[in-house]
Design a protein around this ligand. Structure first.
Ligand code: SF4
Length: 285
């Protein structure tokens, strides 16, 4: 599609789900009141979050996949269109190979991209990595210094924290796909501008279309504003499910924000438990 015709898909709120703020989680995040359920990874990895009252439920916002198991299915139009959960292993294998080939082709195109000035200042393009047919995808902001050096997303301090977060909810890194809004490192690790995010968005959308995840976790404000709503405030919408084209979106804080402010650990823990629960519901017939 010519650049002049391309428009970012914003805003993309689901008409039914709307902004279904999970008030219990919001209040808990503000007051420090726990809504945790016991989890073996929590006390090990984040001992300060280990209080687990037995009667405290984990809430899933209205419209979230955990609320109505089995309703987060493909078949709508747009980015989530066409995914099937058939039991035909042969066709699954063919589909996975096609997706991998598609991603390889997209990555090749991305490496020669010069749609914005970031390419001139970075060492290499960090396209993304992970399971090409992941049901769960994480989208961050942009590569940092280590990512720029290694050519892989989330391998610096924030990436190591993301690995711990995933381990805490029993999700393996190689099960998921991880990418950023912009593929080239902004100078000095600054946040990408909105113009840079818009320039790079076709790459991200193409990735999403190829992978067709069921759930996307938006890590930080930029990913949330790029994929959910340009006006969204991460402190208000985090922990809330959004739905578009058969994909559920969960905004939460970026791991780098947790490194700067430990009080954000609890909200992220709560958000990730919702993601894990929704992921498990995908397996429920
Ligand atoms: S950040 Fe994205 S749009 Fe900009 S040059 Fe790199 S790949 Fe292209």
């Amino acid at each position: 599609m010519p650049d002049s015709e391309w428009q970012p898909p914003l805003p993309i709120f689901d008409d039914v789900a709307g902004i279904a703020i999970d008030e219990q989680s919001q209040v808990a995040a503000l007051t420090g009141e726990s809504t945790d359920q016991a989890h073996p990874g929590q006390a090990i990895l984040w001992p300060e979050l280990a209080s687990t009252p037995e009667d405290a439920p984990v809430c899933i916002s209205n419209g979230g996949p955990g609320a109505v198991p089995g309703t987060v299915e493909a078949g709508g139009e747009g980015m989530g269109e066409g995914r099937e959960d058939g039991n035909e292993k042969g066709s699954e294998k063919v589909a996975a190979e096609q997706t991998a080939a598609s991603l390889t082709q997209l990555e090749r195109g991305c490496r020669t991209c010069q749609r914005c000035d970031l390419r001139a200042g970075c060492t290499q393009v960090v396209f993304g990595e992970g399971n090409p047919h992941a049901r769960l995808m994480f989208v961050g902001e942009g590569p940092g210094q280590q990512e720029d050096i290694q050519g892989r997303p989330f391998v610096g301090a924030a990436g190591q924290l993301l690995d711990r977060i995933l381990a805490a909810v029993d999700i393996k890194r190689d099960e998921v796909y991880i990418a950023n809004v912009v593929k080239c490192r902004p100078p000095g690790n600054r946040l990408p501008t909105w113009e840079e995010a818009e320039a790079c968005l076709p790459h991200l959308i193409a990735q999403i279309q190829a992978i067709r995840p069921k759930i996307i976790v938006c890590l930080g404000a930029l990913a949330t504003q790029t994929l959910i709503d340009k006006k969204a405030r991460i402190t208000r919408v985090r922990g809330t499910w959004f739905k578009k084209d058969g994909i559920m979106y969960m905004p939460t804080f970026h791991p780098a924000a947790l490194l700067r402010d430990e009080t954000k650990k609890r909200p992220v823990w709560e958000d990730m438990k919702k993601v894990k629960e929704a992921l498990d519901h995908l397996d429920t017939p």
